[in-house]
Design a protein around this ligand. Structure first.
Ligand code: G
Ligand code: G
Ligand code: MN
Ligand code: NA
Length: 250
């Protein structure tokens, strides 16, 4: 069968499910949220990456149905977590030109019983330049409903700073390419410091993605970064494993 047919079947069979990666408060070391990361399990131990099937779902006209299913499942999982733990959910750039997206998110949330304060929607910079008017309407609707907005992959688009002046964000997620320490770690240090200072100035919490080592963790905590995410702090885990992690937090 074609990939598209397989995808349609997978959605119907509910074999695409959210996994969850913890976001850790770097001062208290507590889990403050889980980011939902969609996983399509094609056979035991075999997964297709969302980087592949999300664009496919968009092309095939299946993204509305898939997103609705993933969000409802994620909200249903999140209502069982302690109140202090939020859900972070990714929205891809093309979805932000769908005028009904905001209403659909709010409806799914309301039906789940999860408090809007516990949902955060992650959008990337490029999402905001395709159709600025529609994107703004969606983000305004979500904000008005009490849902928080995170600017994901910060620093990788070409208009990051201008987005910060034009839209309201509750959080900035520094892209993981800034966290890897390489030959230019001194420059990296300066750039990350500046982003953290920017967040402080704007009153926006900063999350660092892609923390893979203890030294990276210590560096970011010392710089005053608010929240951390990455393999060193926790891999994406299935719903059962995520719920088990919550037991240590409650
Ligand atoms: O976890 P991972 O490497 O597989 O994620 C790859 C990409 O897919 C990331 O950019 C991530 O934001 C995106 N992604 C993961 N889950 C979802 C989802 O449910 N919806 C959308 N639109 N993107 C997702
Ligand atoms: O684009 P977005 O930031 O939403 O996607 C996050 C992506 O980063 C997912 O694919 C997730 O699986 C991946 N990821 C999470 N933690 C780490 C990490 O520590 N290192 C690397 N290389 N990738 C990570
Ligand atoms: Mn993300
Ligand atoms: Na990111």
């Amino acid at each position: 069968a074609t990939m598209e047919t397989e995808l349609r079947r997978a959605i119907r069979a509910r074999s695409i499910v959210p996994h969850y990666q913890p976001l850790i408060d770097l001062r208290s070391n507590e889990i403050v949220a889980f980011e939902a990361l969609a996983r399509w399990q094609t056979s035991p131990g075999q997964y297709v990456s969302p980087a592949e099937f999300i664009p496919l779902a968009e092309e095939a006209g299946l993204i509305v149905e898939l997103t609705d299913q993933l969000l409802r499942q994620a909200c249903a999982d999140a209502v069982r977590w302690p109140e202090s733990i939020s859900l972070s959910f990714n929205i891809s750039p093309t979805q932000l030109s769908d005028p009904l997206l905001g209403l659909r998110i709010i409806r799914a949330l309301n039906e789940s019983g999860l408090s809007p304060r516990r949902l955060e929607v992650e959008v990337t910079e490029s999402a905001l330049i395709n159709d600025t008017k529609t994107a703004r309407r969606i983000l305004d609707d979500l904000t008005a409903a009490g849902i928080r907005i995170a600017l994901d992959d910060f620093g990788t688009g070409y208009s990051s700073l201008s987005q910060l002046t034009h839209f309201h964000f509750d959080k900035i997620k520094i892209d993981r390419s800034f966290i890897r320490s390489g030959d230019d770690s001194e420059r990296q240090d300066k750039v990350v410091r500046a982003i953290i200072a920017l967040g402080l100035g704007l009153g926006i919490k900063i999350t660092a993605e892609g923390i893979e080592s203890e030294s990276q963790l210590r560096w970011l905590a010392d710089l005053g970064c608010d929240i951390g995410q990455g393999y060193f702090l926790g891999y994406p885990a299935d719903a059962r494993q995520a719920a088990a992690l919550c037991l240590h937090e409650a």
